[in-house]
Design a protein around this ligand. Structure first.
Ligand SMILES: [Zn+2]
Length: 239
């Protein structure tokens, strides 16, 4: 009995380690999963996942537009249906719109037909709302098993990973703390991940919004400029 339990615990740990190894943001185990641009220049991409989510996405856009900085927004189809004018503004003002699935539901990634639907439905929604068909896809939770990569390959979508701006962002720690943390991890070619929403549910993002201005100041003081993900990876933004 004890031996069985040890075996079960061992198996559990192995699955856990395998999961972590396969799905962490820098993992290339299942195929190319770019998390940074190949450059020595001081240039980074600011990216925002899980929106649109108002009023936070519009406030972020105000900060970025005031400073003339273009960012990349990986949006959830269901959220874009909720705030279509925000999704349109992203494209109209020269930011880049990427696909981040239709419903951001983890269970949908475990079945191949369901995750195909997630990719395709989000493409339809974003196309209908913003008039562009994204060529960039960031999987929810950066979950990229082989069947997801196959679907993306078939759809001519570029899979995109990145580096989390702050590990505790979900708990919304003080903005200055997040700005300092993201400044510390930024290096040439970084694609820094923030969240203007939470999965498909929205929720408060005051501290994320407040962190972006100070982060831009810090990076600019270190000589950094800003690019969009398509520019960093040298791929098209839209199909
Ligand atoms: Zn997400």
């Amino acid at each position: 009995m004890i031996r069985l339990r040890v075996v079960a615990a061992g198996l559990g740990a192995a699955v856990g380690v395998g999961f972590w190894t396969g799905f962490r943001s820098t993992s290339q185990v299942f195929g190319p999963f770019p998390f940074r641009g190949q450059t020595q220049e001081r240039v980074v991409a600011l990216t925002f996942d899980d929106g649109p989510n108002e009023p936070y996405t519009s406030r972020l856009l105000d900060v970025l537009d005031e400073r003339g900085i273009r960012a990349t927004f990986f949006q959830v189809g269901r959220c874009a249906e909720r705030f279509p004018s925000t999704t349109r503004r992203i494209v109209d003002t020269g930011h880049v719109l990427g696909n981040h699935s239709f419903s951001h539901a983890f269970s949908h990634y475990l079945s191949e037909p369901r995750q195909r639907f997630e990719v395709d439905r989000a493409q339809e929604v974003l196309q209908r709302i913003a008039g562009v068909t994204p060529a960039l896809y960031r999987p929810p939770w950066l979950c990229h098993p082989p069947w997801v990569l196959n679907t993306l390959h078939e759809r001519r979508l570029q899979v995109v990973s990145g580096t989390f701006g702050h590990p505790l962002e979900i708990f919304q720690p003080p903005a200055q703390m997040m700005a300092a943390g993201a400044d510390k991890i930024a290096s040439p070619g970084s694609m820094i991940i923030f969240h203007d929403g939470r999965e498909a549910r929205g929720g408060p993002r005051h501290q994320t919004v407040a962190a972006i201005g100070p982060l831009i100041d810090r990076l600019q003081n270190r000589g950094y400029r800003f690019a969009t993900v398509d520019q960093l990876l040298d791929v098209p933004a839209y199909l």
